[in-house]
Design a protein around this ligand. Structure first.
Ligand code: COI
Length: 355
């Protein structure tokens, strides 16, 4: 069976909740727009394509995603640009979702079809895309196993959903982070580069311990020696040392972030020296001690460009240069903000306009 956009059944809400939302004070991930898209994988094909009012799901207690973790997701955003709505690199998110799906033994999604479904969903919920330079509509596609079965095997059935939420900033202040040297997020050959639910579950306990010590986030290091920096809890990590933009190379244990890739491309375009390579903890700590660590920041869809104010390693806290002095990360933050709102030339073809 082939699936195409004409097969989407659309049921519009009779009771929009938009007037219940305080758009002046949007909290991240707490408000959900009126509609969602869903489809089911049954007998080897995607079926039951529908856009319907945002609502609860019903499922069996034996639903396999709950027990064995076949569950992946994406995060991307839509932005208001005058009376238009724009998405940023949506195709890249769905392509990454298919890479995660492959690793987790989940069937592929038809990328053109879900792009069209997203377009239709956003045109229906256009009013939910907030105004304001710090605000956007967060889009959450996710895909999970739905077999009612106890036992280890790939599920034969799946559900794919896209819902959206108006959001403000994920982080409200520059971050204090701790370089983690006891716990491990991912190992080469594992699932660290897949955006699967379990990666986030595994991070919660070490992150909680760090929060109890006064940190906002962890910086994960390699599983074998805890010598090399990998990524931070909700984002990739980047440094400016001696004027060069440096970030850990994708080792298989790091999420291939779309914001990460965008920042690297923009930096190269601006003529900055960019290094994607192993980044040792020692190098970063030494640069901080010698005053050569000019900037440190996270890059992610939710986090955008999140400034790191302090890095701690082995109980020693390194205060980094004042946020206002950080030329590159402030400039790339502003540039991306303008770019995603259609105020810069789209030379990379990263923007889609919602019809
Ligand atoms: C994203 O940046 O989109 C993520 O999925 C990370 C999560 C902290 C919201």
């Amino acid at each position: 069976m082939s699936t195409d956009i004409a097969q989407i059944k659309i049921e519009k809400t009779q009771h929009s909740r938009i007037n219940e939302v305080d758009f002046e004070n949007i909290k991240f991930g707490r408000e959900f727009s009126d509609h969602m898209f869903s489809m089911d994988y049954i007998d080897g094909a995607w079926r039951n394509l529908e856009i319907k009012p945002y609502q609860d799901l019903t499922f069996s207690p034996a639903m396999s995603a709950l027990h064995y973790g076949q569950s992946i997701f994406e995060g991307l955003k839509a932005y208001r640009s005058g009376d238009k709505v724009l998405t940023f690199r949506a195709k890249d998110n769905f392509a990454r979702m298919n890479r995660s799906a492959k690793r987790m033994c989940i069937p592929q999604i038809p990328e053109d079809l879900v792009m069209d479904a997203l377009n239709t969903l956003l045109s229906l919920d256009k009013k939910w895309v907030p105004t304001g330079e710090q605000n956007s509509l967060y889009i959450r596609p996710f895909l999970f196993a739905t077999d009612e079965y106890v036992g280890i095997k790939p599920s034969a059935t799946y559900k794919f959903i896209i819902f959206t939420c108006p959001v403000g900033n994920y982080y409200s202040e520059p971050l204090r982070v701790k370089i983690e040297t006891d716990y491990t997020r991912a190992i080469p050959g594992g699932v660290g580069e897949a955006k699967c639910a379990g990666n986030y579950a595994a991070s919660l306990y070490p992150a909680k311990l760090a929060q109890e010590q006064g940190f906002h986030q962890l910086v994960w290091t390699d599983a074998k020696e805890h010598k090399y920096i990998e990524e931070s809890g909700t984002m990739n990590i980047m440094f400016v040392i001696d004027g060069k933009l440096i970030t850990p190379s994708l080792s298989g244990a790091i999420l291939p972030g779309i914001t990460r890739h965008s920042v690297l491309e923009i930096a190269k375009d601006w003529g900055m020296q960019v290094e994607e390579r192993q980044v040792s903890v020692e190098e970063v700590v030494l640069a901080a001690q010698e005053g050569r660590l000019e900037e440190a920041f996270g890059a992610g869809t939710a986090a955008t460009i999140a400034q790191i104010a302090e890095i701690s390693h082995n109980d020693i806290n390194y205060k980094l240069p004042a946020i206002e002095s950080r030329k590159f990360s402030n400039k790339v933050y502003d540039f991306l903000n303008d770019f995603k709102r259609g105020r810069e030339e789209d030379k990379w073809g990263w923007i889609e306009t919602i019809k």
